[in-house]
Design a protein around this ligand. Structure first.
Ligand code: MN
Length: 242
């Protein structure tokens, strides 16, 4: 495995296995995030013979109220995987009345993860960056990855000093605001992601097999060699897994 897609909704493609076979052909390993606890087990079973996929149990903030009753199932799934996501908070596209339940769900998930040393958590923070960074805190025992970070630089810097990684995608690198944020990240904390099939690349659903081109875009932005950039991202992922 030479590349990583650290945030991909594999289960939401029309043909998940075909996407993964294409990713595998491009030597891309995939962190397969899920949006609700009931999805985890079936995806894990579908992926059980693959070595290039890590299946995560998640509860997306936009679905927090709808699936809060599955929190026990979420916690039980942590006996089967160290990977968690998509979880977090969203204050931009949700009703303010849902923010309390979102925080309750996210806090409960973080507390459960804190009982373990080796969780890897992919986190959504749109419009709620300050709360997300505060709730993770300074001494989270596992690894946290802020996915598609789009908030203020000051919260990014605080997350970084608390140990967080960042997964960045093609849309971020192409946008003025996103690329400024990526420039402010320590290169040793940067991972690549597709956020497919939600994210679009030139009007088409983003795919894990596009990670080599995302690495090339990062190399161009950083003014570095493509191979050195690829090796850096791969070693950052090794640091997440270690
Ligand atoms: Mn996502």
């Amino acid at each position: 495995m030479k590349y990583v897609d650290a945030h991909c909704h594999v289960d939401l493609y029309e043909h998940p296995v075909a996407e993964l076979e294409e990713a595998e052909a491009c030597e891309v390993g995939v962190l397969a995030v899920t949006n609700a606890p009931f999805v985890f087990r079936s995806l894990l079973e579908m992926m059980q013979n693959r070595t290039d996929v890590w299946v995560a149990v998640g509860l997306h903030p936009e679905l927090a109220g709808r699936y809060i009753h599955q929190l026990d199932q979420f916690k039980a799934s942590l006996n089967e995987t160290r990977f968690v996501g998509e979880v977090g908070l969203d204050y931009r596209v949700t009703e303010p009345s849902s923010h309390t339940v979102q925080r309750k769900v996210f806090e409960s998930i973080l507390d459960e993860c804190r009982k373990r040393a080796d969780t890897v958590v992919s986190i959504h923070s749109r419009g709620a960056e300050e709360d997300v960074v505060s709730m993770i805190g300074e001494s989270f025992p596992g690894k946290t990855i802020l996915h598609w970070y789009s908030g203020a630089k000051k919260h990014l810097m605080r997350a970084q000093s608390n140990g967080s990684f960042f997964s960045v995608n093609a849309s971020m690198i192409r946008s003025t605001k996103g690329s400024k944020l990526v420039e402010s990240m320590s290169r040793s904390r940067v991972l690549t992601e597709s956020d497919g099939p939600f994210a679009k690349v030139r009007g088409k659903r983003a795919k894990p097999s596009e990670m080599p081109s995302t690495v090339a875009a990062l190399a161009e932005m950083w003014g570095g060699e493509v191979e050195a950039t690829r090796a850096m991202i791969a070693s950052n992922w090794d640091a997440v897994l270690s």
